[in-house]
Design a binder for this molecule. Structure first.
Ligand SMILES: Nc1ncnc2c1ncn2[C@@H]1O[C@H](COP(=O)(O)OP(=O)(O)O)[C@@H](O)[C@H]1O
Ligand SMILES: [Mg+2]
Length: 253
């Protein structure tokens, strides 16, 4: 059974904006899927539905066969905004999900160990205002992984960062997801980032978001940014671009 299944989900907001139409996605345990598509095509709506933050108006999301109707510790969602609590230290921010789960069983990682893994050893007692954008996203990543979720959802996580910081963080995600055996669904407007991280790149049409097609990425792991200049990477980029172009030609009705 797939870890996560989105079965023909459609979503129309109360103001009448149709964001998604019949979008299906299946993610196996440990699999990595990138979703790309034009701005406003419903990608964030899709991730919010996968995370149980929004009930699609049609279709359903299943986690190991059970409907996802509310946020769950098994699925972590991280955004472009690190959304750290300013009155908590780095360590306290990372530990927060464990505190919220204290009344339930969990198999959490030690917050200090995870901070070390994201390269923030020594910053445990710093407050968020003293962090750079890249460091804040490292904290957010540690917080997202602290509950050892089988599924990590990333919504344009590094869009606000400079290119080098972004490459470093993408490689860190690659490494941590591998290490934890988590499945990943990442929405990004960087096609290179999508190919770098994914086993499959799913391409969405313009709004309402529908699946145009997907490109399998068979590049070896661990991936390095040096691969970006290899011919195989260029071929994959061209395939994704062709699907994006096809998607812009799909009529909305
Ligand atoms: N809460 C909301 N209420 C009404 N419309 C919304 C809401 N959130 C997003 N939308 C609209 O739904 C469409 C898809 O948005 P979104 O999922 O954020 O797209 P993307 O992440 O691909 O840019 C956009 O037209 C957006 O304006
Ligand atoms: Mg978005």
């Amino acid at each position: 059974m797939a870890l996560l299944t989105a079965d023909r989900i459609s979503h129309t907001y109360p103001n009448g904006v149709e964001a998604l139409r019949g979008f299906s996605l299946r993610v196996q345990a440990g699999e990595r899927v990138a979703v790309v598509g034009p701005s406003g095509c419903g990608k964030s709506t899709l991730l919010r539905a996968l995370a149980g933050l929004l009930q699609p108006t049609e279709g359903q999301v299943l986690l190991k066969g059970s409907p996802v109707t509310e946020p769950t510790a098994a699925i972590s969602l991280m955004f472009q905004d690190p959304a750290l609590l300013p009155w908590r230290t780095v360590l306290q921010n990372v530990a927060l999900p464990l505190e919220l789960l204290a009344h339930r069983q969990h198999d959490g990682l030690e917050p200090r160990m995870l901070l070390k893994q994201v390269g923030l050893e020594g910053f445990e007692h710093i407050y968020p205002r003293a962090l750079s954008g890249g460091m804040a996203q490292r904290v957010a990543l540690a917080r997202a992984l602290i509950t050892r979720p089988p599924l990590l959802l990333l919504d344009e996580p590094f869009g606000a960062l400079d290119a080098l910081t972004r490459e470093g963080l993408t490689a860190l995600v690659d490494q941590l997801v591998e290490q934890f055996g988590a499945a990943l669904v990442i929405v990004t407007h960087s096609l290179a980032e999508a190919i770098f991280l994914a086993d499959r790149v799913v391409v969405s049409s313009a709004r309402p978001g529908r699946v145009v097609g997907e490109v399998r990425v068979a590049l070896p792991r661990p991936r390095t940014w040096a691969m970006e200049s290899e011919p195989a990477f260029g071929v994959l980029l061209a395939q994704v671009r062709a699907l994006l172009a096809e998607g812009t030609l799909m009529p909305p009705n």
